[in-house]
Design a protein around this ligand. Structure first.
Ligand SMILES: C[S@@+](CC[C@H](N)C(=O)[O-])C[C@H]1O[C@@H](n2cnc3c(N)ncnc32)[C@H](O)[C@@H]1O
Length: 284
């Protein structure tokens, strides 16, 4: 599978149990919101819904939508979130919602998406004019130690063959390029910044397997998963356990006044005929 195939599925129950750093990061992002309480809010890449649950508390008179590309994540979110939260399996780079929202929140998701230009256009289209985007994902330098460890493993058998010619699908963008892409998508008051957030892991094997290495494991037969995860863990272990050098990229932006670039459609609704096609049809 590759990024072009769309989002992959995740091991949602284990993710929910071990991704404690993500909970704290999500709290920081929600802390940047200044809400009345009656807004419609979208959690873009909601995973198992723990940040979504906190978002729900901020809009007691509003509406919350959670979108994620992984069916297992949405299923797990559906088990724990109140039924009032609307959950949808969707690829964010082809996001379609019924009407624009006031706020989009996203945590630990955008670095899994290669095409940030398309992503930001879809998010701008999904926001009302003046709507807020508050997001955080892995940024430039994020888990560089893991990338270096995998680079060393890929120089030797059997991993050199297993990943031959494949470029991993992490997109750890920098703040300046991200600010430019957000402005190009129609956002104003754009501010992006990096934030080092190192994390010492309790159970490095399970964490690496579930949270970090999923797209590598998707390219390996099941019976090789443990060996690969353990090889990465050993490379990272300093003798005092594994600390991951997480670096988060924060994004704050406001949707500009310009009209939506892509018409919003109901899921399954036919794409409207273009003016050129209509003219050609009428000409016969
Ligand atoms: C590390 S999890 C973060 C989940 C949650 N926001 C949290 O903080 O716990 C990354 C999530 O991004 C989702 N994701 C990755 N690419 C996606 C895409 N193109 N469209 C929708 N969701 C995507 C994954 O399915 C996964 O649930």
């Amino acid at each position: 599978m590759s990024a072009e195939d769309g989002p992959r599925d995740w091991e949602a129950r284990t993710y929910d149990r071990v991704s404690t750093p993500h909970r704290a990061w999500g709290g920081d992002v929600l802390g940047r919101l200044d809400l009345r309480g009656d807004e419609t809010a979208l959690d873009a890449g909601c995973g198992t819904g723990r940040v979504t649950a906190e978002l729900l508390k901020l809009v007691p008179r509003g509406r919350v939508i959670g979108v994620d590309g992984s069916p297992s994540m949405i299923e797990q979110a559906g088990r724990v979130l109140p039924k009032t939260v609307e959950l949808q399996v969707q690829d964010l780079t082809a996001l379609v919602i019924d009407s624009p929202v006031d706020v989009i929140v996203s945590t630990a998701t955008f670095h899994w998406i290669a095409d940030h230009a398309t992503l930001f256009h879809r998010l701008a289209d999904a926001l009302v004019a003046g709507g807020r985007l508050e997001a955080q994902c892995g940024g430039h330098g994020n888990i560089a130690s893991v990338e270096a460890a995998i680079g060393r493993l890929r120089e030797r058998a059997p991993w050199s063959d297993a990943f031959h010619g494949w470029v991993d699908d992490w997109n750890f963008a920098g703040p300046e390029e991200t600010e430019e892409r957000l402005r190009a998508a129609g956002f104003l008051d754009v501010r992006c910044w990096l934030e080092p957030r190192p994390v010492a892991l309790d159970d490095a094997h399970v964490f690496l397997r579930t949270v970090v290495l999923g797209s590598y494991l998707a390219r390996l037969p099941e019976e090789a998963h443990d060996d690969f995860v353990e090889a990465v863990r050993e490379e990272l272990d300093t003798g005092d356990g594994v600390t991951l050098d997480y670096v988060r990229l924060n994004m704050s932006a406001t949707r500009g006044e310009a009209g939506a670039r892509t018409p919003l459609r109901q899921p399954g609704e036919a794409i409207p005929e273009s003016p050129e096609d209509l003219a050609a049809r009428l000409r016969g």
